[in-house]
Structure formats: structure tokens, C-alpha cells
Design a protein around this ligand. Structure first.
Ligand SMILES: Nc1ncnc2c1ncn2[C@@H]1O[C@H](COP(=O)(O)OP(=O)(O)OP(=O)(O)O)[C@@H](O)[C@H]1O
Length: 304
């Protein structure tokens, strides 16, 4: 396949089947170089499968996957060295001192950026003589981020990096990422279920659902696609399958609340035709919009 160097990740008709289960379904995904891209999806959407294929740990069933312009099934150790990876486990050798781990990484990576390391680690009260095993979870996350950024990666993949961290540690992690100049120099892929983090850091929101690409836009553009309508429709309201763009319906205090996708003022006419006398529309948060979108297959008739 011809590829464009402006894309850090490029998949074409990528499918992965595990027995009867289709984890990636003809996925065409192109992630441009630069900025922070969030990837979200419900559990089982195919995110881990995608990254395992992209890192060359798993072969696709069909289709192609390229990372940093290279076929993911033919990556060399040098190619992998251009990619930084931080996941929620923050696995580091517990018996080593912070200074020793840093020295080891410095030795391994030719593009080591001490300034980037110092900038990130400066957000945490980590001392060089401390053993990794003595660090708190949040400090370990920060140390891991400092190591990954100092490696000078072209692509940094953060996979649920703040899972299990408290609010203070989460904030420190995000701030150390956002204020790092090294992060400006690479493309960041941020996989997370935490919408408030995505809202703060991501320039692009990628939504995967059952192995397919469902959205690729600025987070605020996705939020603008979802609207919340409150109406006093009588009785049970219109049958859910007749409600255009329905993501979620709830009945609260005698009023019907609809979250709908890609609807304009025509939706108000629909509600009025269904017997509503009062109709009001309200904006929604990114969290609400994404969660309703991901849960839409569970949309149920309004409960009395
Ligand atoms: N080794 C495997 N054998 C069989 N099925 C698998 C295997 N690995 C993943 N799956 C299935 O493939 C689908 C995608 O799984 P995957 O782990 O890629 O999703 P995910 O988006 O990373 O989920 P999560 O957010 O829970 O980590 C799921 O339905 C899962 O059950």
C-alpha cells in the first residue's frame, strides 16, 4: 500500500478475527502526525488488539497496518525505539533506584533528552536515590512518563496511564504532559475512558466501536453532534425505534429526556407531533455525549 509520511498510524481494511469473534472490522484509520489524539471505545471495542497489531505483537487476519510509515509486521528494534509506551501498570524494576533506571535508559536511547526528563520529573517529589518500589502509584506514573518522553519518541502511546490514580495524581500527570515541550515534538495517542482528561488534553477524538471507526473529529465537534431534549410528551412517548438518532431516553419527574445524535430543529417538530407542549434543548458535556453514544445499543423504552 502507498503510504503518506504525514500519518503516524495508517490502517487499511484491517481486520482481526479470534475464532468467531471479529475484533477489528475492516478498519480504515489514519492518524495525522502531531498533536494529541484520544482513542475511546467501550470494553471490547478492539483498542488493545489494534495496538498489539500496530506494535507487531499480533498479525492481522487481513488488511494492513503501518506505524511511523513502516509495515507493523516488519518493525525493527530501531523502529520500536521511535515509539514510547506508557500503560497503567507502570512496570519498572522495583529494586532499582530512580537514578539507576534513568542512567540505564539514557544509555539505551541515542536521542535521550535530559531536559525533558527533568521537566516532567520536576512535577513530582521523586528523589534520585529512592527505589522504584518505594514510589507512590502517581510518582511511578510520572517517572514512567518522564522516561518515555526523554527517550525522544516520535510517537508516544499512553494506554489508560492514570488508571487507579487519585485526583491529585491525575492532575499532576496531565500537567506534566501538557507542559512538556517534548510532548509538543511528538504525536501522542491517549487511550482512556476518562472523558474529563480527554476534554483537557485531546485535539482529536477517535471513537472505536466493535472494531469499526465511528468518529474522528475535535472533541467539541463530537459534543456538538449530540443534543439533549426535554419534553412533556404524554404517556410513554413515541416508541424508541421511531425516535430519530436516539442514543438514550429517560423519564424523570414526568418529563422525557432524549439524547439524540445529528438532529437539528426538526427534532423539536418530531416531539411536538408526538404531543409535547413544552420542548427545551440543552447542550451536553463530552462525557455524557460519548457515554450515551457508546451505550446506545442499550437504549431502552422509558421507564414509568
Ligand atoms: N486472544 C483472544 N481470543 C479471543 N477473543 C479475544 C482475544 N483477545 C481479544 N478478544 C476479543 O476481541 C474483542 C476486542 O478485544 P480488545 O481487548 O481488543 O478490546 P479493548 O477495546 O482493548 O477492550 P478493553 O477496553 O476492555 O481493554 C473483545 O470482544 C474480546 O473478547
Amino acid at each position: 500500500m502507498s503510504h503518506d509520511p504525514d500519518y503516524v498510524i495508517e490502517t487499511r481494511a484491517l481486520s482481526k478475527r479470534y475464532g468467531r469473534k471479529l475484533a477489528l472490522d475492516n478498519l480504515d484509520l489514519r492518524i495525522p502526525r502531531g498533536r494529541i489524539h484520544a482513542i475511546v471505545g467501550a470494553n471490547g471495542a478492539g483498542k488493545s488488539t489494534l495496538f498489539r497489531i500496530l506494535m507487531g505483537f499480533l498479525p492481522p487476519t487481513s488488511g494492513e497496518a503501518r506505524i511511523l510509515g513502516k509495515d507493523s509486521q516488519a518493525l525493527t528494534p530501531q523502529d520500536r525505539g521511535r515509539i514510547g509506551f506508557v500503560n497503567e501498570e507502570h512496570t519498572l524494576p522495583n529494586w532499582m533506584r530512580v537514578s539507576q533506571v534513568m542512567a540505564m535508559q539514557k544509555h539505551q536511547y541515542a536521542n535521550w533528552n535530559q531536559h525533558a526528563f527533568d521537566g516532567v520529573i520536576g512535577h513530582y517529589h521523586v528523589l534520585p536515590e529512592q527505589k522504584v518500589g518505594q514510589l507512590s502509584r502517581g510518582e511511578r506514573a510520572g517517572f514512567n512518563l518522564a522516561l518515555a518522553l526523554a527517550q525522544g519518541p516520535e510517537l508516544l502511546v499512553l494506554d489508560e496511564p492514570t488508571l487507579g490514580l487519585d485526583v491529585v495524581a491525575k492532575r499532576a500527570f496531565l500537567e506534566s504532559l501538557m507542559y512538556s515541550n517534548a510532548a509538543d515534538d511528538c504525536t501522542v495517542i491517549y487511550c482512556s475512558h476518562q472523558m474529563e482528561e480527554i476534554e483537557r488534553v485531546a485535539d482529536n477524538l477517535i471513537i472505536l466501536e466493535r472494531g469499526q471507526l465511528k468518529n474522528m473529529s475535535a472533541p467539541e465537534d463530537f459534543t456538538a453532534r449530540v443534543s439533549h431534549w426535554v419534553a412533556d410528551v404524554p404517556f410513554k412517548g413515541p416508541a424508541p425505534h421511531t425516535v430519530p438518532g436516539l442514543l438514550e431516553v429517560q423519564r424523570l419527574d414526568g418529563l422525557h429526556h432524549y439524547l439524540v445524535l445529528d438532529q437539528d430543529d426538526g427534532f423539536e417538530r418530531f416531539l411536538r407531533d408526538a404531543g409535547a407542549r413544552h420542548v427545551q434543548s440543552m447542550p451536553v458535556s463530552l462525557d455524557r455525549a460519548v457515554n450515551a453514544f457508546l451505550a446506545k445499543n442499550h437504549a431502552a423504552p422509558a421507564a414509568a
